[in-house]
Ligand binder design. Sequence first.
Ligand code: NAD
Length: 355
Amino acid sequence: MIDFIHQFKAQRVLFGSGVLDRVADELAALAVKRTVILTTPEQVQSGEAIARRIGTPAVGHLPVARMHTPVEITTDAMATARALGADSVLSIGGGSTIGLGKALSIRTGWPHLTIPTTYSGSEMTPILGETEGGQKTTRRDDAILPATVIYDVDLTRTLPQAARITSGMNALAHAVEALYAPDATPVIDLMAVEGIRLMLPALTRLGELSGDGQALADLFRGAWLCGACLGATTMGLHHKLAHVLGGSFDLPHAELHTVLIPHVLAFNASSIPDIDRRIRMALGCDAEPGGFLFDQIAALGGPTRLKDIGMPEEGIARAVVQATANPYANPRTPDAIAIEALLRRAWGGDRPVAE
Ligand code: NAD
């Protein structure tokens, strides 16, 4: 008998191909009349297209979203949105754009409708990370959770395969850590296993046939489930390392998760035999999952070395100190010697070692 508390969150999710057609109805269901649209500068056309689709309720489009949600961008965007008379926010893009949507929504109380176009999972979480003066702060508040999420699989067709791989691994890492989270529940377990099961085969199929609609749908459905796991549980060593390395060395988010997750899987394996067995089944492997995932990422052409994504070797010692201070709950205690060995392997691209 295992005790648990599962809190279902109030959030509406639409999923499908062409489901973007429903966006105006969904805004009306939120009882909003004046929506400001957010994108990155790179996705300006997506913002313009959605503005045309919505018509009059689209009062403006701000293509200003940036990685790590800088507070100065949020402050400017909020002033512009207020001047436009906005009563709501619509974000269309990856985790960076969704982050700006969350930052505006939590400051104003406006409803947030989001249309994700990557697998980051931010749309399913009540978590907001923001940066100011080089410092990153993260907060969790149910009011941060977007009210409505529209997953239109067609929007992921433009995502380059390299980004699909790294964003997919970012998602998979959420589900892996949810399986051993102290606040996991039977519902989270089901979502995590199914999320992991969907990701790798779909990425492989897309490597062979880039427009495979079923694979795109599987990946996005997996990302939804993995994101829901992130939103509902407390993450462990993997997310601690990603937070420390990303914050200290400004490393690209999804690539960093991709390099780290095989090593953390291998590190934790001996402490979680039952979960390790379930991860093997979900990944479809007989071997140790960390090494298996490392091989799969390499075969897909994804990043496997921290040094290739901008991590300086001399930063490892500082990262070890930060990663072992106030560690997140994790099945195996991350001592300095083991974490240094893990980071050195990840830095040089050595295959992970399960002990
Ligand atoms: P991103 O949002 O920074 O997007 C990367 C680039 O890809 C951008 O130029 C974007 O415009 C482009 N892009 C996105 N979708 C595209 C598509 N379908 N086709 C073509 N180009 C597309 O990257 P990301 O990995 O989605 O998000 C990373 C950010 O999200 C980080 O800041 C991270 O901290 C945050 N994040 C937050 C949470 C949370 O729960 N708060 C969870 C995961 C990630």
